[in-house]
Design a binder for this molecule. Structure first.
Ligand code: ADP
Ligand code: MG
Length: 678
């Protein structure tokens, strides 16, 4: 047995208690420990002068102890206090709950402390700082200290210690990357990479080690995905019909990107097996609807039915309208199925579906009810699928009366870099609409200083006078926080400011039917100004809305702001997006300026990813992709495509990974672990 499979309890310093704690982190073997990657690093390479400490700042100081530590027993918790100083100032050190701190500190010695500073008046203090280094030989070459994901009761210190011990076996770590691939990309060995991520000598090497480990994870993910694909369900072959009538009935020409996507989708459907599972990704307004309609047309001509599932009744209705316009002139029978149909209509719709008279049904989750039966369901489309769980997708996908799985098309307007989609929607192929139809006037976006608020309102009034409508988005539903506006309080203010117009509000805590009522009134133009939370983010189409005001814009991610902005600029009118962010710091302003500077959702998503990091952006764990550690998702996007290419090349050359038994075993283990998704 390889040493990396050795149980952690055999390491020195790992007793019963530690063993149990490690098990909670799923760390059972020495190999597990070595692959427990830091979630970040404390930078102790830079020393800060005591005089330069600011309140709340986390820093490293090099000081000499000017008093012996004393135990203070006040009325509150007892603590150990010591005074220290460097050339620039005096620092008070306080240690709570650490009776041994006193033993480790001696008057007259020099130490490096790492911790959060607080300023009481002009006196700097640190509470429970880490005692980093001791002795007089302190130089300024500090360290990057790993911070691990851990569990209650297991200190960073202890975890670092046992991981350090596990690294004695780093030479025996299983190398999963084939040597040809390592050579091609100039990657270091797994043993070196492991030693370095846990104990980085400098940033440059750390970066190289992380890149190598990230590549490995992505490479393995890509292998997992290709292998899963091979076992995909059989779909029905839907030969592509003559599409000319469809194109000719359109009031415009498709863009190049639309043409390409239609081709990709129809090719999947024509091939049949495996059934199509494709994500159609396109910025707001890129024209996904017509691409989906082309597929529905092809499916209908091949004699099967299609279903489109939307997250809300309103969206279902809007799709129903536009799909009918596109398809009914071509003899495709389109129907609508929502929860609020009366019995009689519902019955008629069900009969149409069962009898095969209806070619295409559009609906909400009502489509998932038990009694919905299709004659021949061949294509399932979901819009804005992040609102639907994978499970629901699967359920509908199996609602067909045949053994063959329906083809699945997922439409998403959440702009995600292609490479990341690969991770998020790992089991889907991707088609990308990276081009907007011609003739759009881009939305003009402005970061408005607070002092111009009234001016903005005056401008809104002038738009409303011309018959336009608008949105105001607030981060909170209720409450009157000075800093953050809420829908409820702000609606009051705005009702005053826009007394001559109808102002209504909308938020996620309202009942669904109430929400839909307000939304419908807005669609019909009976409401001029809609104050809302981000619930309006998803896909509603009101071409008459010409201004979007976003309050406390600093509270939203770039991708989300872009999505909100996409609610305007959908018609022929010049449109505007006004951002208020009175409390924005420099960094936030930079972010918001990026939004003002471009209307390109993908560029913004990329930037958002860079600024916020993949953790916030993705939530990988929830999406059921195993084996992706945070270490895997650095900023370097080309890594994704490289890893994918390498995996494909290897799969071509050696489909069963016969020459790579360790890799094969690893991939298979992940496939077994991975939750089934459709
Ligand atoms: P989204 O991708 O956001 O769902 P839609 O499908 O709703 O976008 O399309 C947005 C608008 O663009 C619709 O009014 C649609 O009719 C129009 N449109 C779509 N494709 C084209 C095109 N090739 N040329 C001109 N207008 C188009
Ligand atoms: Mg849409």
């Amino acid at each position: 047995m390889s040493k990396v499979q050795m149980p952690v309890s055999l390491l020195r310093g790992v007793g019963k208690a530690t063993d149990a704690l490690l098990e909670r982190l799923d760390l059972r073997t020495v190999g597990d420990l070595m692959r427990h990657f830091p979630r970040g690093y404390e930078d102790r390479t830079v020393l800060t002068d005591v005089a330069a400490l600011a309140d709340g700042m986390t820093a490293c100081v090099s000081v000499t102890l000017t008093s012996s530590p004393v135990l203070i027993r006040g009325r509150n918790r007892p603590f150990v206090r010591a005074m220290a100083a460097d050339d620039t100032g005096v620092l008070v050190l306080m240690f709570f709950n650490s009776p041994h701190a006193a033993d480790r500190l001696m008057k007259g010695e020099r130490y490096v402390f790492y911790g959060r500073a607080s300023l009481n008046g002009r006196t700097a203090a640190m509470i429970n700082p880490v005692i980093d280094r001791v002795g007089n030989d302190v130089t300024s070459d500090g360290r990057l200290v790993p911070i691990y994901p851990t569990t209650a009761g297991l200190s960073q210190y202890k975890l670092r210690d046992v991981i350090g011990k596990s690294l004695a076996y780093a030479d025996e770590a299983t190398e999963l990357l084939p040597s040809v691939i390592r050579a091609r990309y100039g990657f270091m060995s797994i043993s070196d990479a492991l030693r370095i991520v846990h104990n980085p000598p400098d940033r440059e090497l750390l970066e190289r080690a992380r890149t190598r480990l990230a590549f490995e994870e992505l490479f393995i993910l890509a292998l997992v995905l290709t292998r899963r694909h091979r076992s995909d369900a059989a779909g029905r072959m839907l030969p592509t019909p003559d599409m000319t009538p469809f194109y000719q009935a359109l009031p415009y020409n498709l863009t190049g990107a639309q043409m390409r996507c239609v081709k990709e989708l129809l090719a999947d459907m024509a091939r049949g097996t495996p059934a199509m599972r494709r994500l159609l990704q396109g910025d707001v307004g890129s024209g996904k609807t017509v691409v989906a309609a082309a597929c529905v047309y092809a499916a209908a001509k091949a004699g099967v039915q299609s279903a489109l599932m939307a997250p809300t009744e309103l969206l279902a209705e809007q799709h129903y309208q536009s799909m009918r316009e596109l398809l009914e002139p071509l003899g495709i029978h389109v129907d609508l199925m929502t929860g609020s149909l009366n019995m009689k209509t519902r019955r008629a719709v069900l009969e149409g579906l069962f009898a095969g008279v209806t070619d295409f049904v559009i609906g909400t989750h009502a489509l998932l009810s038990e009694d919905v039966a299709f004659s021949q369901l061949g294509l399932v489309i979901t819009d804005e699928q992040h609102r639907f769980g994978v499970e629901q997708r699967a359920k509908l996908a199996h609602a067909g009366e045949t053994d063959e799985a329906p083809h699945v098309l997922v439409m998403s307007a959440t702009p995600i870099p292609r490479t990341l989609s690969l991770v998020l929607y790992g089991d889907l192929d991707i088609s990308e609409l990276n081009e907007l139809p011609p003739g759009r006037t881009p939305v003009q976006t402005i970061l408005v200083p607070e002092k111009n608020r009234q001016k903005t309102y005056a401008f809104m009034r002038s738009l409303f006078k011309q018959g336009r409508q608008g949105y105001v988005v607030c981060p909170h539903i209720e409450g009157s926080d000075d800093d953050i506006l809420s829908v409820e309080t702000h609606t009051q203010t705005l009702s005053e400011a826009f007394r001559d117009y109808t102002v209504k509000f909308l938020h996620g805590r309202m009942k669904t039917d109430e929400r839909e009522r307000v939304m419908r009134a807005f669609v019909r133009g009976e409401v001029t100004l809609l104050v809302s939370t981000t619930v309006i983010e998803v896909g509603v189409d009101v071409p008459n809305a010409a201004i979007m005001v976003i309050e406390n814009a600093e509270r939203f991610g770039l991708a989300q702001l872009h999505q909100l902005r996409g609610r305007v600029g959908r018609g022929k009118h010049a449109s505007y997006c006004a951002l208020f962010s009175p409390n924005a710091n420099a960094e936030t302003r930079e972010r918001l300026k990026a939004l003002c500077a471009t209307n390109d959702g993908f560029a913004l998503a990329q930037e958002d990813l860079r600024l916020r990091g993949p953790g916030d952006f993705l939530g990988v764990r929830q999406s059921g992709v195993p084996g992706l550690h945070t270490a895997a998702l650095g900023g370097d996007m080309s890594l994704f495509s490289d890893a994918r290419d390498a995996a494909h090349a290897l799969t071509m050359a050696d489909p069963e990974l016969e020459d790579y038994p360790a890799l094969r075993e690893h991939v298979e283990k992940i496939i077994r672990m991975r939750p089934e998704s459709s």
